[in-house]
Write a protein that binds this ligand. Structure first.
Ligand SMILES: [Zn+2]
Length: 147
């Protein structure tokens, strides 16, 4: 599996999930419930994108499990755009700008910004950088901040 550019990750849900999976599980997918690596990707049009099943404990999960991207109707690729534009909630970006680039309503954009800023307050600060892989660094810092 080759490295996915964050810009490709913005293209569609499948790429967005693959990108997050590579960032969060650099050594292979791990079940967040029992720690087993005996997991299979669920494939099928009727299933939500990025779902896995653990063969050890039978749990279903995706890379968004216990991240700020969980329990939201906003597609992951739009979240990744917002994370990138705001440098993980640390940069001042207007909801209107997020709305325009991520193609969400200004109201949704404002909610996304609030959630990102809350996560940024918990996460270790990622040093400022213009490199595209700052997205990966931010996402890792978010997961490290989880209790
Ligand atoms: Zn498991």
């Amino acid at each position: 599996m080759g490295k996915i550019s964050p810009f490709a990750a913005f293209a569609d849900e499948r790429s967005a999930h693959r990108y997050l999976e590579e960032v969060l599980w650099p050594n292979g997918t791990v079940c967040p419930y029992c720690g087993s690596k005996r997991v299979v990707r669920l494939i099928g049009n009727s299933l939500r994108t990025g779902r896995f099943k653990c063969l050890a404990c039978q749990s279903g999960f995706s890379a968004t499990h216990r991240t700020l991207f969980e329990d939201t109707s906003v597609p992951l690729r739009k979240w990744l755009v917002a994370v990138y534009l705001t440098r993980g909630g640390n940069a001042r970006v207007s909801p209107q700008h997020i709305a325009r680039v991520a193609k969400v309503s200004p109201l949704v954009a404002a909610k996304m910004l609030r959630r990102l800023q809350q996560a940024a307050n918990l996460a270790p600060r990622v040093s400022s950088s213009s490199r595209p892989d700052i997205l990966a660094a931010i996402l890792v810092s978010f997961t490290q901040a989880l209790p």
